[in-house]
Design a protein around this ligand. Structure first.
Ligand code: NAD
Length: 332
């Protein structure tokens, strides 16, 4: 049995969580869920978006499956996602984007994995007003140590999964110190992996290349903000945010989550596509050594995609979260 902290989250979070636990129950997955809360629901119920008992559970069990959390825009509490990534030093955000069978998208041969540095860049929360209401400043931080960790984890992943090419994305022509350092570390580490092709691209060019010819990319590694934007772009290439999973991995903790948000516009309507969260939960299964079980569930999901009557509306289906879940269970 693997003890996993489960945070259903806000908005559609509880609905897609239910899909995962139902399917895992169906195959008797050796997982014991430790249910905890975080986000807007925790803020409203317990007065704290990241309660102490949730932090204690993560500290204790170190592996988490987390639903989407609502972050108020502008004023209000800061992102719990960012806080968790920082606190547990989850420096690698890993997002595969692969063309799925029976899903209509603009391309039919995308198979890339995005490695996004998860703890630094412009996301460190160092913002200040220089002059209230008219002049604000954000600070971006890039360190050699964090750059080494994310870039090395991308190379190690490529080596382990027999992938051939790493593309490092930056803006070192303008951000000469921060992106310059990231790129310098990339070049140093690339020398240690002579069997893996290495290139670097400026982020604006990368955005165009990904839309024009995504099949040329394999493993991509980049800083926090660029990774945030490009990984959503990558999801768009394979059919949208409802179809890609994500892992946040550190040296001694890991958190798996759907890449989309809490989708308040469809929350409670049984319309949420559970596939992204399911794919994240399969990354979790692989992480704890249950690769065969993950493959089995993945095949059932792919098979179920064939039948549009059970799929959710965002992927052209006429079904619901529960009809999709039931169909996967029936197939299993
Ligand atoms: P969102 O991803 O919640 O929604 C964007 C659009 O995609 C909406 O139309 C929504 O209905 C649709 N959508 C998203 N997931 C879907 C799914 N599984 N099935 C079907 N349709 C889906 O993005 P947003 O509206 O910008 O953000 C809403 C909230 O989510 C915000 O508070 C934001 O901070 C938060 N958020 C959280 C995370 C996270 O927890 N990792 C990530 C992104 C956004």
């Amino acid at each position: 049995m693997h003890d996993i902290v489960l945070i259903p989250g806000d908005g559609i979070g509880p609905e897609i969580t239910n899909a995962v636990t139902t399917i895992f129950d169906k195959v008797n997955a050796p997982i014991k869920w430790i249910r905890c809360s975080a986000g807007l629901s925790a803020h409203e119920e317990q007065g704290d978006p990241l309660p102490d008992d949730t932090l204690e559970a993560i500290d204790n069990y170190r592996t988490v499956l987390k639903g989407p959390l609502t972050t108020p825009v502008g004023a209000g509490f800061r992102s719990v996602n960012v806080a968790l990534r920082k606190k547990f030093k989850l420096y690698s955000n890993i997002r595969p984007a692969k063309t799925l069978p029976y899903i209509k998208s603009r391309f039919d041969d995308v198979d890339l994995v995005m490695f996004r540095e998860n703890t630094e860049g412009l996301y460190i929360g160092k913002e200040q007003w220089i002059k209230e209401d008219s002049h604000a400043e954000s600070i971006a931080v890039v360190t050699r140590e964090a750059s080494q960790k994310i870039i090395r984890s991308a190379f190690e992943y490529a080596k382990k999964k027999n992938r051939n090419k790493i593309t490092l994305v930056h803006k070192a022509n303008i951000l000469k110190f921060t992106c310059g350092l990231f790129m310098e570390v990339g070049e140093e580490i690339a020398e240690e992996y002579p069997n893996i092709e290495y290139e670097d691209l400026i982020v604006d060019n990368m955005a165009m290349q990904m839309v024009m010819r995504p099949e040329q990319f394999d493993v991509i590694v980049t800083t926090n903000l660029f990774g945030d934007i490009l990984s959503d772009l990558a999801s768009g290439l394979v059919g949208g945010l409802g179809l890609t999973g994500a892992a946040n991995i550190g040296d001694d903790a890991a958190m798996f989550e759907a890449v989309h948000g809490s989708a308040p516009d469809i929350a409670g309507e049984n319309k949420a596509n559970p596939i992204a969260f399911l794919l994240s939960s399969l990354m979790l299964l692989e992480h704890v050594g249950e690769e065969k079980l993950a493959d089995r569930i993945r095949q059932a999901i792919f098979y179920t995609l064939k039948d549009k009557s059970v799929c959710t509306p965002d992927i052209g289906g006429h079904g619901s979260t529960t009809s999709f879940t039931e169909a996967v269970c029936n197939y299993l």
